[in-house]
Design a protein. Sequence first.
Length: 336
Amino acid sequence: MHLRKRDFLKSGAAIGAASVAGCLGSITGGEMPTLRMNYTVPAENLISLMAIPEIQSEFENLGSAYELETNQNQSTPDSLNAMASGEADMALLAYASFPAAVSQDAVPGGITAIAMDFYDAHEDYFRFPVMSMADSDVTDAEDLEGRTIAVNALGTGVHAIIYRMLENVGIDPENGVEFVELPFPSIASAIREGRVDAGIFVALFAAAVEAEGDMQTVFDSRDSWGQAYPFGFVAASNDSLDGKEEAIRAWASDYVSMVERVYENREETARLAAEHFDLPEALLSSYYLTERDYYRPRDVGLDIEALQFVTDELADMGFLEASPTISDHATNEYTP
């Protein structure tokens, strides 16, 4: 498999047409539309909080303008495949998988980014670290040549962070290392057991590793990118935007108000998320929605110019085969 490539499931025209018909039928038939929404990392992806009943109870529109189904995937490419097959209306996507899917026409009818979640590589907030064992001789990015590196999936945003850093230090990212796909919760144990030499960590598992104190940071995403950039955001299939437009607008209103509330009630949010997703409450509370977490602006509008910049960079370094015009596939009309 080509290391940078992620081929998405391509549904036939019949599936796409059936999806639209189903969406329109649910509205014209008088039934309340159900929005099916996918995320990757619980709590970490803000949209995952919308699955928590106590948080749902604060939503103005849920239950009156739409119903909501949520589902967790291992990676954003998996969520895109769910959208392509008509199994999801919306999903948390990343800056790398999104333009790849757009270029490949992976989702029948297309997809549109509609709301921001978080930025990476902000100098004052969490940056994705690539880590190795504290006694490993892999201490710098240059030491990764010929080594094995764990990522949750190829073609993802975290894969792109490593890809870029390898290019920065003169290592061929396609032939100079071996990438191993592992779920985020399994990466730390794979490093400790010697199955991989290094791996990349999301905030929750990075905090857990820091608490153990047995690993070192080889480099982080700030070293790779040198500046903050939009990493994760919510996108919807165009079929769903057409067939469930009012429901998605109602959802977006609830999302905007939820983001404001969770920051005003940080400790309660961490407790609810820990209980709902079976996460260590003390660990989550230690960093969640603070400067040790990702940078998440309370204004969840998209910085389309910044998205275009990072997309162009990915294409220039060969991680993407093409750089689509992001303004044709992103909008702020749903998030006032």
